[in-house]
Design a protein around this ligand. Sequence first.
Ligand SMILES: N[C@@H](CCC(=O)N[C@@H](CS)C(=O)NCC(=O)O)C(=O)O
Length: 231
Amino acid sequence: MIDLHYWPTPNGHKITLFLEEAGVEYRIIPVNIGAGEQFQPDFLKIAPNNRMPAIVDHEPVDGGEPIAIFESGAILLYLADKYGAFIGADLRSRTETIQWLMWQMGGLGPMLGQNHHFSGYAPEKIPYAIDRYVKETNRLYGVLDRRLADRDFITGEYSIADMACYPWIVPHERQGQNLDDFPNVKRWFEAIAARPHTITAYAKGAAISENKPMTEEAKKILFGQTAKVLG
Ligand SMILES: N[C@@H](CCC(=O)N[C@@H](CS)C(=O)NCC(=O)O)C(=O)O
């Protein structure tokens, strides 16, 4: 059994996409990040970065103690290795999957996250910051579009690289992007959206928290954190 510490955000959705596709038995433990549950001591033992998602695998393959993992990319890689699924099996395709997973973790996720922040949440609308992240988002969409020009999925077969990227493309409108400008991304996006396990994964998220605008209270908890949040 896998415990998934989760809230339905792009990084959270990555893991339910995998678990649903792989047919793994798992239990969702909600971490309401807008209410500050990411600072609870028991959660910090699993996820010292006070961010979800995180998992605890109670049946690791070595038969030892449960393993706790934080960072969505590390979780996807762990699960792909454990279940032998959604990652290339040979050296070259495995390396490609990891490379695009890291591209998402180091680029697509952080840059689009800043886009969401400055375009949507920041109390001041700072034109320079909005322009910088909307443009960088556009560049990254272009990279993905070129990659998808001659293949259905990022590394050919549906993989953890797609699962990492897809949830970040879902809010493309609020990132100031038009999928019609990226026809390969659009085709890929629509194909993943239509997968039955994608629909189930997103329905599980919606059952935990409706996609409502962020409250002022939640913004105070989420933004402006310093080292003091961990006591
Ligand atoms: N690099 C981390 C980022 C995780 C992350 O930023 N999670 C956000 C929600 S998408 C969170 O838990 N935020 C809580 C907070 O900001 O205190 C990962 O990919 O797992």
